[in-house]
Design a protein. Structure first.
Length: 84
């Protein structure tokens, strides 16, 4: 399956189990994880990244992302598990 089979180029979001999942959600999650885990990051940056992660989690759970992937970082996995 190709990305355009899931979300055509002209479409920016998809409805999954009643939630709107925007194109780029997985990429935004990964970028936020990097900011959240960065020990050199400021407290404000890490807090903003955590807020972004929490906001993204329901859509990523609806996609089933965490049914096939597990975080290596136990703190991240706890965040994921609590983000239904």
């Amino acid at each position: 399956m190709k990305p355009q089979d899931i979300l055509p180029d002209h479409q920016d979001d998809v409805q999954v189990h009643g939630l709107t999942v925007r194109k780029g959600s997985v990429g935004a999650f990964l970028a936020s994880v990097r900011d959240w885990q960065d020990p050199a990051g400021s407290t404000a940056t890490r807090a903003a990244a955590e807020a972004d992660l929490r906001e993204l989690l329901p859509a990523l759970h609806a996609l089933g992302l965490f049914q096939v992937l597990t975080a290596r970082d136990p703190a991240l996995q706890r965040l994921i598990d609590g983000g239904h």
